[in-house]
Design a protein around this ligand. Structure first.
Ligand code: 13P
Ligand code: SF4
Length: 333
């Protein structure tokens, strides 16, 4: 039997659902019953009727399932941490809120990108805030802004600035902009970012546009605002997939997101590749790429013997507060 068969047999034995984020390696994606972006995975895995979820992704994604469905057991082949999520802790969140108070900014609602840990989501939920993902950030931001409140957006300043721009809102970044700019801003961003999506540059876009006349540029909203500004399309991983699949096969496209996803987007056209990664260096998310089929097998074997190592365990209080922020998002999207 191959490792693939062994994994399938163990999944069946334990009636487990295996899901994977789009940025996982092909060999992991092949094993998943469902592959999706962060919002789709949170929904699908939490609403599934099986009580065991094997989650191939980064830590905050597995945590989101546990928060939404606390009675499920969520196990991960690797509990690797998204580098952006690691940029904000609950202590940093408190310090930022203190700073806003010092600036006399009290009437705000926090919105945390789903790429944050459970403690940060709990802090946000306790203050009446919401979670958002890249696919619903626009809806969530609009909902909060229509309440006439300022927004404290964390941890990704690029996503915050990109969304604010779509609505013509004033935005500023803590630690980058002046106190005056922060006080004037409708959207105040924490200064976290994604090291992978920071790689894409204006020069990359110019390079592809010069080389391939009429090429389309599609990017994730975690990219820098000047890159997003020049793109033909901006969207979450699922939205990028739909956009590219909707193009004629003859239409060349360069995509600014993780390379595992880009590489499996489309087959070559007339024997030539016309789906490009928008970068001369490989935009690989190192933590997403840690998971291998061997890890999945080892995890399931350890579960089988009753000694599972990588299980998501969260404090009850954290679950309750974080749940408010996540459920608020689910109701709106
Ligand atoms: P998606 O919400 O598009 O899945 O993005 C998650 C992520 O980590 C992108 O870097
Ligand atoms: Fe985090 Fe960036 Fe990796 Fe997405 S691509 S999981 S934001 S480090």
């Amino acid at each position: 039997m191959s490792i693939k068969d062994d994994i399938k047999a163990l999944l069946k034995k334990h009636n487990a659902l295996l899901v994977a984020h789009f940025y996982q390696k092909d060999s992991v994606v092949e094993l998943a019953e469902f592959c999706g972006d962060s919002l789709e995975l949170a929904k699908k895995a939490s609403l599934d009727d099986r009580s065991l979820v094997v989650f191939c992704g980064v830590g905050f994604m597995g945590e989101s399932v546990k928060i939404l469905a606390p009675n499920k057991r969520v196990i991960m082949p690797r509990i690797s941490c998204c580098s952006m999520a690691r940029m904000v802790s609950s202590e940093y969140f408190d310090r930022s809120v203190e700073l806003l108070k010092e600036y006399a900014i009290e009437d705000f609602i926090p919105i945390t990108y789903i790429n944050s840990n459970a403690e940060v989501k709990a802090k946000v939920g306790a203050l009446g805030g919401l979670v958002c993902t890249s696919s619903n950030a626009k809806t969530i931001l609009e909902y909060v802004f229509k309440k006439g409140k300022k927004i404290f957006f964390l941890p990704d300043y690029c996503l915050g600035l990109n969304m604010a721009k779509q609505f013509g809102l004033k935005a500023a970044v803590l630690g980058m902009d002046s106190k005056e700019d922060i006080c004037r801003a409708d959207v105040i961003c924490y200064n976290g970012f994604c090291s992978v999506h920071q790689l894409f540059s204006i020069e990359d876009i110019e390079f592809y546009r010069e080389r391939y006349e009429g090429i389309k540029i599609a990017v994730h909203p975690e990219c820098k605002p000047e890159v997003v500004e020049l793109a033909d399309f901006v969207g979450s991983t699922s939205q990028i997939i739909s956009y590219v699949k909707g193009l004629e096969l003859s239409q060349a496209v360069a995509v600014g997101t993780e390379y595992n996803l880009v590489n499996r987007l489309r087959p070559p056209y007339n024997g030539e590749n016309n789906t490009f990664v928008l970068s001369s260096t490989i935009p690989e998310c190192p933590t997403m790429n840690e998971t291998s089929p061997e890890d999945i097998y080892k995890l399931l074997k350890s579960f089988d013997s009753g000694r599972v190592a990588n299980e998501i365990i969260l404090d009850e209080g954290i679950i309750q507060d974080a749940r408010k922020a996540l459920l608020g998002m689910m109701e709106l999207s």
